[in-house]
Design a protein around this ligand. Sequence first.
Ligand code: ADP
Ligand code: MG
Length: 858
Amino acid sequence: MPQKTKHTPMMEQYFSIKKDYPDAFLFYRLGDFYEMFYEDAIQVSQLLELTLTARNKNADDPIPMCGIPHHAAQGYIDTLIDQGYKVAVCEQVEDPKTTKGMVKREVVQLVTPGTRLAVGETGARENNYLTAVLYIEEQGVYSFSYADLSTGEIKVAILSSVDSLINECESLATKEIVIGSELGEEVTHKLEQHGILLSPHNMLPTDKQEYSSLTLKLESTELIAGATLLISYLQVTQKRRLDHLQKAMSYQPEHFLKMDYYSKYNLELAQSIRTKEKKGTLLWLLDETNTAMGARLLKQWLDRPLVEKDLIVERQDRVESLLNAFFERMDLKERLKKVYDLERLAGRVAFGSVNGRDLIQLKTSLNQVPGIREVIEGINQGQWDSLLVDLVPAYSLVDLIDTAINEEAPLAITEGNVIKDGYNEQLDTYRDAMKNGKQWIAELEAKERQETGIKTLKIKFNRVFGYFIEITKSNIASLPEGRYERKQTLANAERYVTPELKEIETLILEAEEKSQELEYQLFLEVREEVKKEIDFLQKLAKSIASLDVLKSFADISESYHYVRPELVNDRSHLELVEGRHPVVEKVLGSQEYVPNSVMMPEDTSILLITGPNMSGKSTYMRQLALTVIMAQMGCFVPCEKATLPIFDQIFTRIGASDDLISGQSTFMVEMMEANQALRFATKNSLILFDELGRGTATYDGMALAQGIIEYIHEKVGAKTLFSTHYHEITVLEEVLTGLKNIHVGAVEENGKLVFLHKMMTGSADKSYGIHVAKLAGLPDELLVRSSEILAHLEGETPEMSLTEKESVAPVVSEATEQLSLFEDSQENPVLKELKEINLLEMTPMDALNCLFQLQKKL
Ligand code: ADP
Ligand code: MG
């Protein structure tokens, strides 16, 4: 960092700016480059693989430096932001040509992960959320807020625990959280663990008044404080007017179906566990939206399914009306395809980054509205009333853009051709002058050719010399002496000017310059006009987005034959007739998929599922969860008929062996997560425990599984699907009245196992582990031997009275005694080894592997 030595004025200026941005890379504009110095230069040169050079190379303390050309900066900035860094973009704010001495420089924008605007195609279909948190000490709660800078949406909530804070952050996939108060080491650490950049920020006392118009809909001072923190940070980083920010709205997480991040992850709602992509997820299945706004809203609905029956039914009614109107829906689809991202266009209007093409896109989009409205009015029987309120054509805005903006407007807004002919008289005169000027030039050229007799004489233009007459070397001899004034000599041509040509040139260039200036002014005026409509546009965008999602629901419900579920307010009755896992069905095709019903009438709270590996237990459980989520989003569901209660929360816990991310050493994590479900689930919740307890020794796991089931049965009362490979606990059906055994059918054909993927009542009679091993191609003699051992073990192990509590411990010791069954063969080392194997610690697969090894030794 800076030494005591005297620095040049420029470096002094650099330091004075850099000190305000200690945690960002300062991109310091120097001519056509952004330069970085010192530590910034060292780090950035590594991160971006740039050459590190030095300023004052030969001095005692050269300054490390690296630079990037300003026109290529965006890509570099994106790369740094992607990696979780911040970039302060410092520009020359005075024109160097007209300034004496040092040019003034200022940071014009601080780009951060949470405030960066979307890039690329996928970026458009996703929100990028900045979040903020303020700890309210008196109440021990967090005021939590989030915003998408590109759309201007702001939401605020009071969260009562660290867990819910992490959950919100995770489900919003936020990359940056603004910290307004001390959060304590534990919370800070947790947030960092989730890869979230923490940006401490101090609000100014004036912030509250300044942003009061944005927070006036919030109900409490805590909410206002949270929102203000967020808005203040946006302001500080963006350093410009943010007229598109919408009024902050509060929400309550409990007004939505609650799923923790782990459950969302596990159910592959928006991200595939294996590929981390959208493909293969519920979102992938549901997304038939035609607009980027629709795609983003769908993701929001997926993150927050509803719990209020009336709201769900309203969506269902709309989906049904679209489903029944095939031609209207097709029509709607074509129109929606022509609707651009109104939400983000509105954002860019406010941002001042909108160009002529954007306005044409806006016009094209707005032009679709009357048609869209007509379609909806045509099918409306009351269910669309509230949506139609905001689905309003904007004729005057369309008119304005239509008369003012050129259809083929270029990307640049300062180089002309943006404003249409006939929009402004003055502009038309300039354009006439330009046009006439060109005509004059053409005429002059003809005249000079005539008079000099040189057929190849040309009048050309370049930026340095303006207009000139060009004559090739071979023709110069025929040029009358003194006719033109020589301007430039080229290898094979001479260039000349004449007073007449200069005069025309002045006229043309002046007209060109003035017209460009005027066009720019006119464009800004149009933009200001559009800006006045931002509020209107945002509402319109919301109604179109929502329509788009509902249309998407209708489309997929039609394609895959989904039905409208009947929702019952109390939890008593759950009936899913011939249900399907929507994503597996889509991937396998509907012929391949075997539908399965889920029947949980009032008196059933737990289904205990047994069946061989790979038979479809996990699929069955997920099928129910996805169906519930789809239903509560307002979509139709994959089955013949469904009666569903409205759930308040979904918990899923997957046993260690199925848990791809955390692997096997995480039994502790599994238990901690099970604990969450047991503590926070209500009788209105849905719990999926998939082979819980698998991560520990057999009897341990079995005992825990039973304990957990009993606890849910007695204390929680949530609807629960519990799959297990511990057949022994199926006897619980006899004592727990709310528990029903079901199993997945498998048949043996010629000694081979055939999975039916069909759920049946009762428990599975075998675990078929050896059959699965056979399918996997293990050696025959090994399998025969294993079958013998199995028969032996099954014969010898006493019936376990698991239904009696406290029976687990004695069972373990009895079972341990059973291991002495090979007692008499101690002398053989292989047998000795066999004897020492701790079967209780092994999975069936490990046991097989081990057997195989032993056999090889023998
Ligand atoms: P388990 O949890 O019992 O080990 P899974 O639920 O993981 O079994 O299912 C294993 C495979 O069987 C799945 O990948 C899927 O392809 C197939 N499968 C599961 N259920 C069905 C079904 N109902 N119809 C057709 N195939 C199914
Ligand atoms: Mg499974």
